[in-house]
Design a protein around this ligand. Structure first.
Ligand code: UD1
Ligand code: MG
Length: 498
């Protein structure tokens, strides 16, 4: 692609219809912000990239910075034509052509932009508009064609006549302009519309007035031009991106059940013969090798799984690395810096943070394991807790190979457990344990022979005595009743005991 091309992304608007404090182009669909999608489509064209920012200029500038886009500030935002006039000063002098794109139409593809530039050059046009036929064109500018099929004007919804509103061919907001013709036409545009803005679309009619050709190229698919002006359109763009990603993975040999329920970010990689169950989220830069299975409700972020890894239902895995044959969950939580070596297993309600579990290690139930290194084939009993934090600093725990940590042990870090050692259940381990030792660190058990039987006998005695007393009290009461009420009235003074 020649270097006389500038790509101008219009991203200064507020996006009033989203009813949001966040600038429209910073809303996300398909795991990326809208403006990132648009820039990504422009990158292969190898032209200079310029983003017009205004509303939340700093945040939008930060979002486009990694893509080497220059920015230019439009304040106030007086319309898409005004945005182009502001951009003019920042476009390099060698640029002859400009592709102009709205920052809120994220589904545009590079191939379509290339076709637009080719059609523009071939047709020797002053401007070429990317259009689409929509069943419901509401909200978009309508394309008014001349008899020779070139474009006479673009009419915005609010300015359109009844007949023009029936036109189903709409403006995508994506154009290729020959800059030498655009600037004089744009200079003549006036803010004569409902919003008192300078519309870039009005430049088309101005070009026609001076006999310049404006062409239209139809996008292969209408969905490519979807603008995200409302939350509903944003959700639709997201749905399309997610479906495209799932379809690409299925094409590459991944099984996805109910693909419409999974959420997979653009940079996620999954290798063939892996299975993704309904309701799974694969986010960030997650990479999954072949023959893995990710069961329903699990959320994996920036994590790496080798092959034959099983993630059972509802496991949350972030910034972790799982070697071949590892099994996790259900309901496990692996946090930043967790490493499971081959065949390691982490079961239900186990939280692991910044820890390495060696080959074949098992931690199957109800544990917190933080800042821990465990050697191969050790067993971490149910309810084991690494006490890694003293309120100010974190400390490490090291467990050797083939260690057996009994259930409900508290390992108070820093502490080291040697190879093949045993920790008795319920221990609070504060000192290092040598290899091959048994550590018991809990209150000693005392058995009191016969204590329970004696207690039962005493309780039975007490119950019998109380029953007898009740009988005596009952007899006294019936005697009093048969003697009639006392002279002072029915509820007179209680008789004293005989
Ligand atoms: C615009 C087009 C419409 C087209 C539609 C396609 C105009 C007048 N209308 O309408 O024909 O069918 O896109 O999606 O161009 N922006 C600025 N500065 C401004 C105003 C807007 O940078 O002063 C940016 C916005 O951030 C947005 C883009 O330009 O990314 C388009 O603006 P928007 O308000 O969404 O225009 P639409 O009403 O969608
Ligand atoms: Mg729009």
């Amino acid at each position: 692609m020649p270097k006389d091309l500038a790509c101008v992304i219009l991203a200064a608007g507020k996006g009033t219809r989203l009813k949001s404090e966040i600038a429209k182009v910073l809303h996300s669909a398909g795991g990326r912000t809208l403006v990132e999608h648009v820039i990504t489509a422009c990158l292969p064209l190898e032209g200079e990239i310029l983003t017009v920012v205004g509303h939340q200029a700093e945040s939008v500038t930060a979002a486009v910075a990694p893509f080497k886009s220059k920015t230019v500030l439009q304040r106030p935002q007086n319309g898409t034509g005004h945005a182009m006039l502001i951009a003019r000063a920042a476009i390099s002098a060698k640029a002859r052509l400009a592709i102009v794109l709205p920052g809120d139409a994220p589904l545009i593809r590079t191939e379509t932009l290339i076709a637009l530039i080719e059609a523009h050059r071939k047709g020797e046009a002053a401007a070429t508009v990317l259009t689409a036929e929509l069943d419901d064109p509401t909200g978009y500018g309508r394309i008014v064609r001349k008899k020779d099929s070139s474009v006479a004007a673009i009419v915005e919804e609010k300015s359109a006549t009844e007949a023009q509103r029936k036109i189903r061919e709409v403006n995508s907001g994506i154009y290729c302009f020959s800059l030498e013709h655009l600037w004089p036409a744009l200079a003549k545009v006036r803010p004569e519309n409902a919003h008192h803005e300078l519309y870039l679309t009005d430049a088309v009619a101005e070009l026609n007035k001076t006999g310049k050709r404006v062409l239209a190229v139809k996008a292969a698919s209408a969905r490519e031009i979807l603008g995200c002006n409302t939350r509903a359109e944003l959700a639709e763009a997201d749905r399309i991106f997610r479906a495209l990603k799932a379809a690409a993975l299925m094409d590459a040999g991944v099984t996805i059940y109910l693909p419409e329920t999974v959420l997979i970010d653009p940079e996620v990689e999954v290798e063939s013969d892996s299975v993704i169950e309904p309701g799974v989220q694969l986010l960030g830069k997650t990479r999954i090798g072949p023959h893995c299975r990710i069961q329903s409700g699990s959320v994996l972020t920036d994590s790496k799984l080798e092959h034959h890894v099983l993630v059972r239902q509802h496991s949350i895995i972030t910034g972790s690395s799982l070697s071949a044959g590892a099994i996790v969950g259900p309901f496990a939580r692996l946090r930043e810096g967790t490493e499971l070596l081959a065949g390691a297993r982490v079961g239900n309600f186990v939280e692991v943070k910044k820890s390495t579990l060696g080959e074949g290690v098992k931690a199957m139930h109800l544990s917190y394991l933080g800042d821990l290194t465990v050697g191969r084939e050790s067993n971490i009993g149910a309810g084991t807790i690494t006490c890694n934090y003293d309120g100010m600093k974190k400390y490490p725990t090291t467990i050797g190979e083939r260690v057996f940590v009994g259930s409900d042990s508290a390992l108070v870090a820093p502490v080291r457990i040697g190879d093949r050692a045993y920790i008795a259940a319920g221990s609070t381990v504060t000192d290092d344990v040598p290899a091959d030792a048994l550590a018991i660190a809990r209150g000693c058990q005392v058995n009191k022979e016969g204590w329970a039987a004696e207690r039962r006998r005493r309780m039975a005695e007490a119950a019998a005595a109380s029953a007898e007393q009740k009988v005596r009290d009952g007899n006294n009461l019936s005697k009093q009743k048969s003697q009639g009420p006392s002279p002072k009235g029915k509820r007179g003074k209680r008789s004293s005991r005989p």
